[in-house]
Design a protein around this ligand. Structure first.
Ligand code: G3P
Length: 217
């Protein structure tokens, strides 16, 4: 399972990347706004840090302009995945860009039918938004499971990139279902290591170690 970090915060990306846990990065216009940085500059900086796919999102709404923006974003680095929204214009842009050999991430996916369209358009990644479905009392995980079943039924090689991950349980559930990738904010990824019994056990080992009076170094 691949872990992407969902942020344009350079310090957070560097910190997690140093642990070897970052297989890629996803950004979107809201995350670029949050960073306060220029999209081309910050995306280039991210691509210099992380070897894996770095999603950069187009902001046009018509296919031709999306394609032009996608080609410009793709010039930032060879590991750019151009992110397009799941609209007919986005699907058209996905088809053109993926036919050119460009990685494409189709985002804002909220239904299995949308995911089928993205796969048929040649998407490298489909991004179903789990948290936003849960927000309106639907079941984000059910969508991930449906897409997994459908993609496996037909041998689609589009990778399921579970997005809008809000909790550590979303990560576990995505892994159980077989999502190929999860993208999560740095805070959620960091929480994956937390367990109170780990903290308690370490505290007691350190207390006993101090009593031995020994040192390893
Ligand atoms: O990866 C998509 C993500 O940025 C959306 O997350 O929490 O804004 O729904 P959220």
């Amino acid at each position: 399972m691949k872990f992407f970090v969902d942020t344009a915060d350079i310090d957070a990306i560097k910190e997690l990347n140093d642990t070897g846990m970052v297989d890629g990065v996803t950004t979107n216009p809201s995350l670029i706004l949050k960073s306060g940085r220029d999209i081309l500059e910050v995306t280039k900086e991210i691509c210099d840090i992380v070897d894996g796919p770095v999603s950069a999102e187009v902001t046009a709404t018509e296919a031709d302009e999306m394609i032009a923006e996608g080609r410009k974003l793709a010039k930032i680095a060879s590991n750019i995945a151009v992110k397009v929204p799941l609209t007919w214009a986005g699907l058209k842009a996905c088809k053109v860009l993926s036919d050119e050999g460009q990685m494409v991430n189709v985002t804002l996916c909220f239904s299995a039918n949308q995911a089928i369209l993205a796969a048929k358009a040649g998407a490298t990644f489909i991004s179903p938004f789990i948290g936003r479905l849960d927000d309106i009392n639907l079941d984000g995980m059910e969508l991930i499971a449906d897409i997994r079943t459908i993609y496996d039924n037909y041998g689609f090689d589009t990778e399921i990139l579970a997005a809008s991950i809000r909790t550590v349980n979303h990560v576990t559930d995505s892994a159980r279902i077989g999502a190929d990738v999860i993208t999560a904010p740095p805070g959620v990824l960091k929480k994956l290591a937390d367990h109170p019994l780990t903290d308690k056990g370490l505290e007691s080992f350190l207390a006993d170690w101090a009593k031995t009076g020994q040192k390893i170094l």
